[in-house]
Design a protein. Structure first.
Length: 80
């Protein structure tokens, strides 16, 4: 996957995470950055858990799950 495609998927995943978690996002720019980081995190974590989703839609789902997980982690850290 090229870097540009990875960034585009991450941006869409961040936007989706912001839409799924209403009131829990960090604004449009924050959600987009979170999505790019979540794409990397989800791509690293899910295969280690034995969850492998193929195809472009699977990559988007993986990135969105990663962004949502990062959103939970960041909110827990901010709460402390």
């Amino acid at each position: 996957m090229t870097l540009i495609w990875f960034l585009l998927i991450g941006l869409v995943a961040g936007w989706l995470a912001g839409q799924i978690w209403k009131g829990g996002g960090f604004g449009l720019i924050g959600d987009l950055i979170l999505g790019v980081l979540g794409a990397y995190f989800g791509g690293w974590l899910l295969p280690r858990l034995g969850i492998v989703l193929g195809g472009d839609f699977g990559v988007l789902i993986t990135a969105t799950i990663g962004a949502l997980l990062l959103l939970v982690i960041v909110r827990l850290i901010n709460r402390v």
